[in-house]
Design a protein around this ligand. Structure first.
Ligand code: SF4
Length: 510
């Protein structure tokens, strides 16, 4: 079996979903190879930059080797300007190569005007027109090599983001054309969301033989004749097939998942709520064992916990069982984060950064989103985390149905009052998920026209529509000096994945 992580997503760390599948398959005796075609594909483009007439691209091409090795070195974090220059130069080359084939490629995205990832017909066309894909010269040779060496009976594509869909179908189309007997399967977060669209009828046959919604461990094991496994609920990852030193990060980052779903699962408009993903916690002693093993085997600079929200129970566990490596992850704001002893415990366990869904600075907006937090708790948590020396990556959401211009301005005031506690900021405009029951009470139209569209555009009850909210962000929110200062610190393209590298630790053992 060959499992493929298709282009394009951020090439900063190996994909955790495939590492879990590899572990489940190998530990049940199923032969499998995992291939990060995203990382390799982007490096392939970088090694063969198109001839450029502009000064920036020529400079970027001349320094590509130097920039790649700088980006893989921790010393680059000593200068944010040097880091930004290296990232922007590398991105410039990828972007230029894409333009030659009519696609817009960055280090974090792939957009192709010819093939929309929200239209199944376009994805099937991308599969037929595989030789028009900018990665075709790369995957043609590598797939032939991998298939020739391993003779896989099944190839699985992991598709988690819209930016991966078109290239995954192009690769699938190429395989089907040349090796029609190989079974093709697709899974991953995006495929799971497609399968949750009301009335979704698998439109991808005969390019894709089967789709897997949700966790793939037991489904793949069952396809290979292992029907009595419980791999889905067990901790374990296998990064042996991944070229850990080739990722573009100032240190090795090992992603790790301690649970599936979300322990809260109540935020209105969150897919975790209405897709009803079952919350599953992996066995804590196994996680501890696994983290120790990973520390010895992979020497990570950073562990990225990729859970939707690390629970207070897990945080308590990690305070008492520090992994011995710096770590970061998404945490729901709870009263635990207002307890200085608890937060210092997190810091001492190696916590470099917490990602926090603050969403709004207004209580009734938080209530309407069912966040289950009080704005006083948010304020106290931010101050406690700051005092402990942990970085905060805050997420704000504008244009939600309960928000108005006045309330958005209150969020601006709240952010300014806590600007010294927020290191990085993500500002997003609200998208209405297509399957959300709340969508029924709002007047909606297609966000992007297409049978695979996951969002709906809606007429805001108070006229606070996306374009108005966006204008507010550009003309008012981002203009104030403290917020400009926060935004300037954001690592381009890699954003939260690289942010913890820019927070110096004061704890001597990390
Ligand atoms: S805490 Fe996060 S993942 Fe959980 S329901 Fe809320 S938004 Fe969704």
């Amino acid at each position: 079996m060959l499992l493929i992580h298709s282009p394009v997503s951020k090439p900063g760390e190996p994909p955790p979903g495939l590492a879990r599948l590899a572990f489940a398959l190998k530990s049940n005796g199923v032969g499998c190879r995992v291939w990060d075609a995203n990382l390799e594909g982007l490096l392939y483009l970088l090694e063969r930059p198109v001839a450029a007439s502009d000064t920036w691209s020529r400079r970027a091409a001349a320094h590509v080797t130097e920039n790649l090795s700088a980006l893989r070195s921790p010393t680059i974090c000593e200068s944010l300007d040097r880091y930004k220059r290296a990232v922007m130069d590398i991105n410039r080359l990828v972007h230029k190569t894409g333009r030659k084939t009519g696609s817009h490629i960055t280090l974090a995205n792939y957009v192709d005007a010819r093939f929309s990832p929200v239209r199944s017909k376009d994805l099937l066309r991308a599969a037929r027109a595989f030789d028009e894909n900018p990665f075709y010269p790369f995957f043609r040779n590598r797939l032939a090599e991998l298939i020739g060496n391993d003779h896989p009976e099944l190839i699985g594509f992991s598709v988690n983001f819209m930016s991966q869909a078109v290239c995954a179908f192009a690769m699938a189309g190429f395989v089907k054309k040349n090796w029609p007997d190989i079974q093709i399967i697709m899974g991953g977060g995006l495929v799971t969301s497609w399968m949750n669209i009301k009335g979704f009828m698998d439109p991808f046959y005969p390019v894709v033989d089967d789709l897997i919604g949700g966790p793939g461990e037991d489904a793949l094991l069952s396809i290979t004749g292992h029907t009595d496994t419980q791999a889905v609920s067990q901790a374990g990852v296998d990064y042996a097939d991944f070229p850990l030193d080739a990722y573009l990060s100032p240190g090795r980052v090992i992603p790790y998942m301690t649970s599936r779903g979300c322990y809260w699962q109540k935020c209105r408009f969150c897919p975790e709520k209405f897709e009803r993903t079952r919350y599953q916690v992996f066995d804590r002693p196994s996680i501890g064992f696994d983290l120790s093993r990973l520390r010895l085997e992979t020497s990570p600079a950073l562990i990225h916990f990729v859970d939707n929200a690390l629970s207070p129970a897990f945080l308590n566990y990690i305070v008492n069982n520090p992994p011995g490596v710096r770590w970061y992850g998404f945490v729901r704001i709870t009263r635990h984060l207002t307890d200085p002893d608890f937060v210092h415990g997190l810091k001492d366990s190696g916590c470099a950064m917490l990602k926090l869904g603050i969403e709004s600075g207004v209580q009734d907006v938080l209530d309407s989103l069912n966040k289950g937090i009080s704005i006083e708790t948010v304020s106290r948590a931010l101050r406690t985390i700051r005092a402990a020396g942990i970085a905060v990556y805050g997420y704000l959401l504008f244009g939600t149905p309960a928000e108005t211009y006045e309330k958005a301005r209150q969020t601006l005031a709240f952010t300014l009052a806590h600007a010294d506690c927020i290191d990085f900021l993500n500002l997003a405009i609200f998208n209405l998920p297509v399957g959300s029951p709340e969508a029924e009470h709002l007047q909606t139209v297609d966000f992007y026209p297409g049978d695979l569209s996951l969002y709906r555009e809606f007429a805001h009850p108070n006229g606070w529509n996306r374009n108005v909210a966006r204008r507010f962000l550009e003309r008012e929110f981002k203009r104030s000096a403290p917020i400009r200062g926060i935004i300037k610190k954001e690592p381009p393209f890699f954003t939260s994945n690289h942010a913890p590298f820019f927070k110096k630790l004061s704890v001597s053992n990390f």
